[in-house]
Design a protein around this ligand. Structure first.
Ligand SMILES: [Zn+2]
Length: 107
């Protein structure tokens, strides 16, 4: 088993676990029970939930998923990026249509 990610909270850890499992990588979340007793234990990487891969052979593939996850953030944060319309105009994340040409935001 290898640790691939230290999460900020259990939801973060489980989100990544789901992504890994979607890539057929068997993963597990450890240490989430400690999260509930924060305040009683010192906050260190050991008291954050962590995500592990069961098979060391999956480690490299898992790390690719982790780095993509880190860059993109959880799905609910994807809207925070500006997007570029096919007309070339850059639009802020809150716009669902191009302010310039009115085309819908590409998915
Ligand atoms: Zn446009």
């Amino acid at each position: 088993m290898k640790k691939v990610y230290i999460a900020k909270n259990p939801a973060d850890a489980h989100l990544l676990k789901g992504l890994l499992e979607g890539e057929n990588i068997e993963a597990d979340v450890r240490g989430e029970f400690l999260y509930g007793v924060r305040g009683e234990v010192p906050i260190t990487p050991d008291t954050c939930p962590s995500v592990w891969v069961m098979d060391d052979a999956d480690y490299d593939r898992a790390m690719e998923v982790v780095s993509a996850f880190r860059e993109e953030g959880p799905p609910n944060a994807i809207g925070s990026k500006a997007w570029r319309c096919s007309c070339g105009e850059e639009n802020d994340s809150q716009f669902s249509e191009c302010w310039s040409c009115g085309k819908a935001r590409p998915i």
